[in-house]
Design a protein around this ligand. Structure first.
Ligand SMILES: [Zn+2]
Length: 303
């Protein structure tokens, strides 16, 4: 057996057997490698997916941060501007309120985005909580600013309402001028008030001795001077030509000092206390009207 001979059969076999074996081995090795690669790729993919989730969460976080920067901070700035403008003008503050309300809706949608986090680590949860807290703080400040603006608007409405009411009141019932220059219809210390205006009683009852002098509380024109004016008995009524009228009842018969149509001055004696008409004791029953409407004389006259 020569080296060649020895080799020959080997050589002859090698091309047939050796390559076959090596091919098998190679195939097996390749298969192993592929499986290893696959396993590696699976592991890598797994690792990648594990890495990917935090990355995606971080991306979401960044997007939310951008939203906060883009929406909440300008919104906060806008409300701050609105708040400062309140001091300048209440009307401007009311307009600003409408603006901040619009922004508020945007801020709410940002908050919804924040809740869609897929948190995977305590670190991320902390970040999310921090962002959420920041959002809540911004929203709370915004809400406070809106509340302040609403209050300002409400007070503005109240002021307008008060002005309107005042105008209407003065148109319906002009400020009573009876008090100015009015005198007490009876001498001070000569009487006591037994009752004033109440249901079924239109005047003030001033109890005083018979024949106590009765004064016109203000200047004016006598409209009624009668010995028998219904339940009021002996009565004098005066129009003070300023939207107010007075009536004096229950005088003693034959004591009237003025006639209808006569002009009188404040403090002028018009008659004397009695108990005529529907009366059970000597007293002056005095009525006061403002534009024909009964009011309480105690509120307008120095009684
Ligand atoms: Zn009376």
């Amino acid at each position: 057996m020569t080296a060649r001979d020895e080799l020959a059969p080997d050589d002859a076999q090698v091309p047939a057997a050796q390559p076959l074996t090596s091919r098998k081995m190679l195939a097996a090795a390749r298969k192993d490698m592929r499986e290893t690669e696959r396993a590696a790729r699976r592991e890598e993919a797994h690792q990648a997916s594990r890495r990917f989730t935090p990355l995606r969460a971080a991306g979401t976080l960044a997007a939310v941060c951008a939203l906060i920067a883009g929406v909440a901070i300008p919104a906060y700035a806008a409300t701050q501007q609105d708040t400062s403008s309140q001091t300048a003008s209440v009307r401007e503050a009311a307009e600003g309120e409408a603006q901040s309300l619009e922004v508020s809706e945007d801020a709410a949608s940002t908050d919804l985005t924040a809740t869609t986090y897929a948190a995977t680590s305590s670190e991320e949860i902390e970040k999310i909580e921090a962002e959420r807290a920041a959002l809540e703080r911004a929203e709370a400040e915004q809400a406070a600013a809106e509340e302040a603006a609403a209050e300002a608007a409400a007070s503005a409405e109240a002021t307008e309402a008060a002005e309107t009411t005042g105008t209407v009141a003065s148109a319906e019932a002009p400020a009573p001028t009876v008090v100015d220059g009015a005198v007490n219809p009876l001498p001070a210390g000569s009487y006591y008030v037994s009752r004033s205006v109440s249901s079924g009683h239109d005047g003030t009852d001033m109890v005083a001795p018979a024949m106590t002098p009765i004064y016109a509380v203000k200047s004016g024109t006598v409209t009624v001077s009668s010995e028998g004016y219904g339940g009021w008995g002996v009565t004098v009524a005066i129009d003070h030509n300023d939207g107010t009228q007075t009536l004096y009842g229950h005088m003693t018969y034959g004591t009237r000092q003025v006639a209808a149509g006569q002009a009188v001055e404040a403090g002028q004696i018009i008659g004397y206390v009695g108990s005529t008409g529907r009366s059970t004791a000597n007293h002056l029953h005095i009525e006061l009207r403002i534009n024909g409407v009964i009011v309480d004389p105690m509120n307008y006259l120095p009684i």
